[in-house]
Write a protein that binds this ligand. Structure first.
Ligand SMILES: Nc1ncnc2c1ncn2[C@@H]1O[C@H](COP(=O)(O)OP(=O)(O)O)[C@@H](O)[C@H]1O
Ligand SMILES: [Mg+2]
Length: 266
C-alpha cells in the first residue's frame, strides 16, 4: 500500500433495483485533496458513496473506478477497507450485540493484520483520547454499536471510527445532517485534525454550512446522477447565496433528481 493516493472514477453508471441512478460520473482525487460533492436531495450522492464502498444492493453497469490503479469493483468490501477506503454513513446501522469498542478493535486489527494486533492498553488509551476530543461520553465505548444513539451521537461515532482507523480516503456522507451547531463544530474539528498530506476526503453534503468549517480544495455539484459542475470553494459560496437554481438554468435542467425523468434523457 503506497502513500500516494490516486483515485479515479470514469463514466460510472450504477443501478438499484433495475433503475439507473448514476449516469456517467467522473471524479479524480489525488493525495491530500479535500473534495466536496454538493447537490439537492435525490441526485445520487448517497448512491455514489454506497457504490464506491461496495454495497451489494447496487449494480455497477458501466464505467470504472480505481484506487492506485487497481480496479475498485474487483475488490471485496474488506479489500477496499484494507486499501484505505472509509465511509462515514448518512444513516449508520445499529448492530445490537456488538459493542462499540469490540467493533472498533476488530476493525483496526483487520487492517493491521494477523500478528500485528494493537495491544488492548494502547487501543483503550487511543479510543479514550479520541472520544474525549469528540466530547463523547465514555460509556459509549461499551454500548452496542449505534443502538439507541441519537442522530448526532451516530455521526460522532462515525468520526470516531474514522479517527481510529486512519484511512487514506475518507468519504463522509452528510456527516452534518442532524447536528446542531456545537456538534457540527466538534465533528468538523475532528475531520480537520485528520487532514494530512497523505489523507484525502470526499465530503458529501447538501448544505454549504459544513464547508464553513471544513474548507474544501474542490467543490462539485451533482445532479441527475452525475457531476455537472466543478470549481473551488467560491462555488460553494455561490450556492449558499443563490441556491442551485442558476445551475439548473445554465444547464437547461428542470428536474435535478434521478427520479423518473420522463422525456429528460436525450
Ligand atoms: N433502495 C432504493 N430503491 C429504489 N430507489 C432508490 C433506492 N435508494 C435510492 N433510490 C433512488 O435513488 C435516488 C437517489 O438517491 P440518493 O443516492 O440517496 O440521493 P441523495 O443522497 O443525493 O439524496 C433517489 O431519488 C431514489 O429514487
Ligand atoms: Mg444522501
Amino acid at each position: 500500500m503506497g502513500n500516494t493516493l490516486d483515485f479515479q472514477i470514469n463514466g460510472l453508471r450504477a443501478n438499484i433495483e433495475g433503475k439507473e441512478i448514476l449516469k456517467g460520473l467522473d471524479l479524480t482525487i489525488k493525495n491530500g485533496e479535500v473534495h466536496a460533492i454538493m447537490g439537492p436531495n435525490g441526485t445520487g450522492k448517497s448512491t455514489l458513496a454506497s457504490v464506491l464502498m461496495g454495497h451489494p444492493k447496487y449494480e455497477v453497469t458501466g464505467g470504472s473506478a480505481s484506487i492506485d490503479g487497481e480496479d475498485l469493483f474487483e475488490m471485496s468490501v474488506d479489500e477496499r477497507a484494507l486499501a484505505g477506503l472509509f465511509l462515514g454513513m448518512q444513516y449508520p446501522s445499529e448492530i445490537p450485540g456488538v459493542t462499540n469498542s469490540d467493533f472498533l478493535r476488530s476493525a483496526i486489527n483487520a487492517r493491521r493484520g494477523e500478528g500485528n494486533e494493537i495491544s488492548l492498553i494502547k487501543f483503550i488509551r487511543q479510543m479514550e483520547k479520541k472520544m474525549k476530543e469528540l466530547e463523547m461520553n465514555p460509556e459509549f465505548a461499551h454500548r452496542y454499536l449505534n443502538e439507541g444513539f441519537s442522530g448526532g451521537e451516530k455521526k460522532r461515532n462515525e468520526i470516531l471510527q474514522m479517527m481510529m482507523l486512519e484511512p487514506r480516503l475518507v468519504i463522509l456522507d452528510e456527516i452534518d445532517s442532524g447536528l446542531d451547531i456545537d456538534a457540527l463544530k466538534i465533528v468538523a474539528a475532528g475531520v480537520n485534525a485528520m487532514r494530512d498530506e497523505n489523507r484525502s476526503f470526499l465530503i458529501i453534503t447538501h448544505y454549504q454550512r459544513l464547508l464553513n468549517y471544513i474548507q474544501p480544495d474542490y467543490v462539485h455539484v451533482m445532479m441527475q446522477g452525475r457531476i455537472v459542475k466543478s470549481g473551488g470553494p467560491e462555488l460553494a459560496e455561490r450556492l449558499e447565496n443563490e441556491g442551485y437554481d442558476w445551475i439548473k438554468e445554465e444547464l437547461g435542467i428542470t428536474d435535478e433528481t434521478v427520479g423518473d425523468e420522463v422525456g429528460q434523457e436525450a
